[in-house]
Design a protein around this ligand. Structure first.
Ligand code: JEE
Length: 261
């Protein structure tokens, strides 16, 4: 896969030289280049921003340097490379999107700063790219760079050969819409805390049940929205008994939180 990142802070993307993604680049699995937006300006001051039409706070990124940069890195327009534009107003980035993006031959990331990029750049780019405004989550960052670090890592680890143990990816792809169970390693007793006894029992059915219960408990506690999205067919008798204990009714429509007494 080829990935191009355009930013006024190319040094911000330095972590992409490290760890799994850095290794994938060294191994030739990932051709990743970071470009400085200012190198596509033509004025003496290398200007990338200006005041917003209609007034309001802050500055907006000028269209001309962006069009030059995207035309230069865009590759084959007939191949419809994906242009990902991090934005607080984007569609939420999800694991499903990471799988989808991992299939593309080329991803281009446009990192905005200030109040964002002149909207006409996205309209123009739609003639050359599959344009995707994407948000990392519902909080405000100062620019697209941190979002790109997260998205490149999420997509990069799905590329064939990048993750050392592909079994973990297979397990992940069959994940059941619940949060992970807690994990433990040696020593079995640490600072007065013993690991759950069942994990030493060698009883694999009991261990599986324990882990499933822990998944349901922490999902109900931390992400009740995920519990309400579970398909009733995916819930066995023990799941239903625990969900009842946790305050859910399980009917044909799936689990629903009972009204507080
Ligand atoms: C790209 C500039 C900063 C801050 C106006 C008005 C927005 C832009 N999950 C995510 N959060 N933030 C980003 C993100 C932020 C960016 C850029 C991505 C480019 N900025 C910026 C404030 C505003 N605010 C009120 O609503 C909130 C605009 C992001 C991602 N991905």
């Amino acid at each position: 896969m080829r990935i191009d990142v355009v930013s006024i802070f190319p040094e911000y993307l330095a972590p992409l030289e490290l760890s799994l993604i850095g290794k994938a680049r060294q191994d030739g699995l990932l051709d990743l280049k970071v470009h400085d937006l200012r190198s596509f300006t033509t004025d003496r001051h290398r200007t990338v921003d200006d005041t917003p039409y209609g007034g309001g706070a802050g500055m907006v990124m000028k269209p001309e340097p962006w069009a030059e940069a995207l035309a230069a890195v865009g590759g084959d327009a007939a191949a419809r490379p994906v242009l990902i534009v991090p934005s607080p107003a984007g569609e939420r980035f999800t694991q499903a999107m990471a799988y989808e993006l991992a299939e593309a031959p080329q991803l281009v990331f446009a990192c905005g700063r200030y109040e964002g990029i002149d909207e006409r750049v996205l309209e123009w780019a739609a003639g050359h790219f599959d344009v995707r405004p994407v948000s990392l989550g519902d909080y405000v960052l100062n620019g697209g760079e941190v979002a790109v670090l997260a998205m490149v890592e999420a997509v990069g680890r799905l590329l064939p050969g990048v993750v050392g143990n592909p079994e973990s990816l297979v397990e992940e792809s069959h994940s059941d819409g619940l949060l992970e169970y807690p994990v433990y390693t040696k020593p079995s007793s640490w600072r007065g805390r013993d690991i759950p006894e069942v994990l030493l029992s060698g009883n694999h059915a009991k261990i599986a049940r324990f882990r499933r219960d822990e998944q349901l408990r922490r999902t109900a506690d931390r992400r009740p929205d995920l519990i309400e999205r579970l398909a009733p067919e995916s819930l066995d008798k023990a799941d239903r008994a625990l969900l009842d204990e946790l305050g859910y009714d399980v009917a044909d429509g799936g689990p629903r939180r009972r009204a507080e007494a």
